[in-house]
Design a protein around this ligand. Structure first.
Ligand SMILES: [Cu+2]
Length: 110
């Protein structure tokens, strides 16, 4: 009987640890690369509260800008980063003000 209890307690702890790891993974910042005049990935789906970090890998400056100005980076030089935490659900389209053909979208879903 005691042995069974110890086994049960062990598996409950293992489950709790697995859940903690899952939460950590969700909260981890996600990366979008700006490379060859494009956002990669161009579309990304995240949970509310997730941070996205954009990094410009081009030799040319780019921006991360949305029409509603929720996203408004300065001109990012090579290896410069811009980050934003998406708190609420929705579809957030953005573009580069220097090259408006460069577009991307962030889908925030529960
Ligand atoms: Cu650009």
């Amino acid at each position: 009987m005691m042995k069974l209890f110890v086994l049960l307690a062990g598996s409950v702890l293992a489950l709790a640890a697995a859940q903690a790891r899952a939460l950590e993974t969700t909260a981890k910042p996600l990366s979008v690369e700006i490379t060859k005049f494009a956002f990669a990935p161009k579309e990304i789906t995240i949970a509310p509260g997730t941070k996205i970090v954009w990094t410009n890998l081009d030799e040319t400056p780019h921006t991360v800008t949305s029409a509603d100005k929720q996203l408004k980076s300065s001109a990012l030089d090579t290896n410069d980063k811009f980050e934003h935490v998406f708190a609420s659900e929705g579809d957030f389209s953005y573009f580069c003000t220097l090259h408006p053909f460069m577009t991307g979208v962030v889908h925030v879903r529960k």
